[in-house]
Design a protein around this ligand. Structure first.
Ligand code: PMP
Length: 305
């Protein structure tokens, strides 16, 4: 079951093993990066897989597809395919779903109007993406975040992840765990695949939605959790050097969950240890996604396999 290649994947109406779910090499999306995607986690609670924020992810995907002149299946249909991905593969472990709306025709040229739409969804087991226990070593990237008028980061477009790949690779090659990208105004945007939060004098600060970020689903759930715990939140432009003056810093996202930073550009964040706000948020998030906090059951879609 955990051999990735034999897991069943959905491609344009068919279920087949991942290794047989292939597209022609001249596919529009492969040539031009013309797709948009989601990453959705499923948490195994010992009895069932709980898919996190299922409807929210597919609403975002449908909206982003339309922005990119693509048509996705309906939200209900995509949710059903996601649920079937878990049940058909009898998943009994933490897992990750990757649905993609993409241009699947094989015509030459990047025009989006004539190109036809495809849809795929595959699943794989997934543990931690970044280490949530140790403090991460972050750096400010030499690569600038994509401009909203070039490839919108809001769109979660496949081609846009070249920007993330360059920043992440540079960070790893220089001995860091993850990169923080600045936007074209030189302000903080986000990590290569994560939104960013700082704690300054007890206030949670995060770059606003015009800072060149993905409007993260985890980000918005963390804002809600913080407010429930009476922590004030500021969504605003964040200057680079605020990173170095922060008391705490953590990254959030479907993949990384809540991962904290011990240093940025070799400067210790706070004491260099996990801070109290980070600890509270990490615990509250984990309790919610594993179903221990029943007040958050609306976050989860249970699937028995
Ligand atoms: N920013 C980027 C660039 C991402 O790829 C992701 C992962 N989807 C995030 C932020 C976090 O978004 P979400 O919480 O919706 O997974």
């Amino acid at each position: 079951m955990t051999d990735k290649n034999t897991l069943l994947a959905y491609l344009n109406g068919n279920w087949a093993p991942l290794k047989d779910s292939v597209v022609p090499i001249n596919t529009h999306a492969l040539q031009y990066g013309t797709g948009c995607f989601e990453g959705i986690r499923g948490y195994w609670d010992g009895e069932q897989v709980n898919l996190l924020f299922l409807e929210e992810h597919f609403k975002r995907l449908q909206g982003n597809a339309r922005m990119l002149m693509m048509e996705s299946p309906s939200v209900e249909e995509m949710m059903q395919i996601a649920i079937e991905s878990v049940s058909r593969n009898k998943m009994q472990t933490n897992c990750y779903l990757r649905p993609v709306v993409f241009k699947d025709s094989t015509e030459l040229g990047p025009d989006l109007i004539k190109a036809t739409n495809g849809y795929m969804c595959y699943i794989q087991p997934l543990g931690d993406y970044l280490d949530t226990a140790k403090g991460l070593k972050l750096c400010v990237s030499s690569w600038t975040r994509l401009h909203d008028n070039s490839i919108p980061t809001r769109a979660k477009a496949n081609g846009g992840y070249i920007n993330s790949a360059l920043a992440k690779t540079e960070a790893l090659m220089n001995g860091y765990d993850e990169a923080i990208l600045l936007n074209e105004r030189g302000q903080v945007s986000e990590g290569s695949a994560e939104n960013l939060f700082l704690v300054r004098d007890g206030v949670l600060v995060t770059p606003d939605k015009t800072s060149g970020i993905l409007e993260g689903i985890t980000r918005s759930s963390i804002i809600d959790l913080a407010q429930e715990h009476n922590i004030s939140v500021e969504e605003r432009a964040v200057g680079r050097t605020e990173l170095y003056r922060a008391d705490e810093c953590f990254l959030v996202g479907t993949g990384c969950q809540v991962s904290w930073a011990s240093s940025i550009d070799h400067r210790a964040i706070g004491t260099g240890e996990r801070g109290p706000v980070t600890t509270l948020i990490q615990q509250a998030y984990e309790d919610a996604v594993y179903g221990r906090d029943t007040s958050k059951s609306q976050w989860l879609t249970p699937v028995r396999s």
